[in-house]
Design a protein around this ligand. Structure first.
Ligand code: C2E
Ligand code: MG
Ligand code: MG
Length: 613
């Protein structure tokens, strides 16, 4: 502005001079004056442009400064560590977070060699010894690298993140995925990987031999129930420790869950190597485990499967070791067994049946059929015997002889038996409601020895009677004589309690065991069921007639009723009638029939039409 004013001033002075006493000056002066005038104008213009550029530059400079300050603020404020590294991995710049991460002042980091790996990727994981409040500690750091320019030269921009915690929890997760939380032993998943490795070795080297030991504690459930879960856990951890001590460093052990452990004996020379270890394990487990003021004694059943070419997957080895364990358990407690084809032939069908039985209970495949018990004098139905049937999805109706023994062996008879009792009582209740008989019908239910030994049996019977609302005197429990021979003392007690409630007790299949009526006198039995072998020999064996006569005589003396089983012919019936046998059942009257058919029989006023047979 000032320059412009000057310019006008000059210009006025020239003009005034032009209008004054020099008006007559020559044209060369005018030219000069014009040139000066133009030059000055140009200079002023240039000057203005320059001023403008300077101002712009200053603005840019200030913006740059502000942006750099902002950048610096961001770089230092970010939680991630940032480093600029040269091509060799030497630190050229560090932000505050990187300094906190490493535990050193920023300036100390400059010049530090980050030892970049030769093979560079975008993200690398490094371990750094860092200074922490509690001393030096190794940190896992994830470093993301991107290329950049730093002061005109190639450089790396490295973003650092502390992944120590993440790594630790990842490791913990991996650990728990492959380990059993209680014992700290590898779990099934880890075992499978180990076995896969061992199987792979046999494929490379056919002479390579290894063994799988499947170990199941005997009676662990009882200990757990009796002493509680804490004692059970203590037992399992102690067993795990003892098992580890029995093994060589090359062997592997895993807990499959519950009381099942599996050991993989690598690189053995013979079956004897495996059986020796099984023996060593039995000895190690035999020492009692102290618990509170008691001692827990334990044994294990061990099944051994030895590797061979036929095993391709771990499951096959485990299956056979498990089958061998099952066979060992059958031999008694604390036994071991090496798998062989005989075991498979004998146990596999049993396994299948056991599995199917469990399913049957869940899928409600059991049904009851009822065989009438007849008063031989009036030929009327006095009651029924409930007989269990299994509606097998593919085999059709299966009779109890085919599955009761296994149900007893496996303990499944307890829930099955409870179902039978409640179903039979419910059916009887329905019949009682439908028919108003002078003497109410009775229901006989077969009970196996395992059920009677079960501490909850008495309670279960009481519960069933109270839920179904049938009189105790209408229920008869059929017990085989072998039961009484087995455990007379405690059994006597239980039977007395049942009798005290009014429940009838009858002795099933009498004559097939070794008991005499005299020994049975101590038990509160209300009736004996004469085995059908006697009934059926009445026709042709005079000796049977004598025996039955003696039995009838004694039973009468002891105030016990006699029910003849398996009456198939009229002549058998008349023999029994002459012997004063009042009650009987058999195909002559009716086979066991379903509930509906039995209901129709009752409706027919208890008279049996001959076509039922
Ligand atoms: P059991 O208690 O002695 O039952 C009588 C068996 O003899 C029944 O066989 C019945 O069908 C059969 N039977 C009846 N009359 C005749 C006849 O005139 N001739 C011939 N040959 N047989 C006749 P089932 O139903 O096959 O039962 C076999 C055994 O299974 C029963 O013998 C009993 O010991 C057991 N059982 C049946 N149901 C149950 C149950 O619910 N629980 C338990 N623990 N055992 C049961
Ligand atoms: Mg019976
Ligand atoms: Mg019988």
């Amino acid at each position: 502005m000032r320059n412009e004013a000057q310019f006008h001033e000059n210009r006025l002075s020239i003009e005034s001079r032009t209008n004054g006493k020099f008006t007559d000056t020559s044209s060369s002066d005018e030219k000069l004056e014009k040139a000066v005038h133009l030059r000055t104008a140009a200079l002023l213009e240039m000057n203005a442009a320059l001023q403008k550029k300077i101002t712009e530059h200053k603005i840019i400079e200030s913006t740059l400064r502000q942006s750099e300050a902002r950048l610096q603020q961001i770089v230092n404020g970010t939680a991630d560590g940032i480093l600029i590294l040269n091509r060799e991995g030497i630190v050229l710049f560090s932000n505050a977070a990187a300094s906190i991460l490493f535990g050193y002042p920023m300036e100390d980091l400059l010049g530090l060699d980050m030892r970049l790996p030769c093979k560079m990727t975008d993200t690398i994981e490094i371990q750094m010894l860092c200074k922490t409040e509690r001393g030096m500690a190794t940190r896992n750091i994830e470093m993301k690298l991107s290329r950049t320019l730093w002061e005109g030269a190639f450089a790396y921009l490295a973003t650092l993140r502390d992944i120590t915690e993440r790594k630790r929890s990842e490791e913990e997760l991996t650990y728990s995925a492959f380990h059993d939380a209680l014992t700290g032993l590898p779990n099934r998943a880890a075992l499978m990987t180990q076995l896969e490795g061992a199987i792979a070795k046999t494929q490379f080297d056919p002479s390579y031999l290894f063994a799988v030991l499947f170990l199941d504690l005997d009676g662990f459930k009882t200990t757990n129930d009796r002493l509680g879960h804490i004692a059970g856990d203590r037992l399992l951890t102690e067993i795990a420790r003892r098992l580890e001590l029995c093994l060589r460093p090359s062997d592997q052990i895993a807990r499959l869950g519950g009381d099942e452990f599996v050991i993989c004996l690598n690189n053995i020379h013979s079956i004897q190597d495996a059986t020796q270890i099984a023996e060593r394990i039995e000895i190690a487990l035999s020492a009692p485990i102290p618990w509170e003021n008691q001692k827990i004694f334990t044994t294990a059943s061990i099944g051994i499967a030895i590797s061979n070419d036929d095993y391709h997957i771990p499951e096959e080895l485990l299956r056979d070791a498990d089958l061998a364990m099952y066979a060992a358990k059958k031999r008694g407690q604390g036994c071991y067994e090496v798998f062989n084809t005989d075991i498979a032939a004998c146990i596999v069908p049993k396994f299948r049946l056991e599995f199917e039985l469990k399913q049957a209970l869940e899928c409600q495949e059991f049904v009851l059929h009822y065989q009438p018990i007849i008063d031989l004098r009036s030929q009327k139905i006095t009651g029924f015997e409930a007989l269990l049937r299994w509606r097998h999805p593919s085999r059709g109706l299966v009779t109890p002889d085919d599955f009761i023994p296994l149900a007893e062996e496996t303990g499944l008879i307890i829930p099955i038996g409870a179902w039978v009792l409640s179903e039979a009582c419910a059916q009887l209740k329905t019949w009682h409601q439908e028919i108003d008989a002078e003497i109410p019908l009775s229901m006989s239910v077969n009970v196996s020895s395992l059920q009677l030994k079960n501490p909850g049996f008495l309670f279960m019977v009481e519960q069933t009677l109270s839920t179904t609302q049938i009189q105790a005197s209408c229920l008869t429990l059929e017990i085989t004589e072998s039961v009484m021979m087995e455990e007379s003392a405690s059994m006597g007690n239980l039977l007395a309690q049942l009798r005290a409630q009014g429940i009838q007790l009858s002795l099933d299949d009498f004559g097939t065991g070794y008991s005499s009526l005299i020994t049975l006198k101590q038990f509160p039995i209300s009736a004996i069921k004469l085995d059908r072998s006697f009934t059926q020999s009445l026709d042709n064996d005079p000796k049977s007639l004598e025996i039955v006569q003696a039995v009838m005589h004694l039973a009468q003396k002891m105030n016990m009723a006699v029910i003849a089983e398996g009456i198939e012919t009229l002549s058998q019936q008349s023999h029994l009638q002459t012997l004063d046998c009042v009650l009987g059942q058999g195909f002559l009257f009716s086979a066991a029939i379903d509930g509906q058919a039995a209901g129709r029989l009752i409706q027919a006023n208890g008279r049996l039409p001959q076509w039922v047979i």
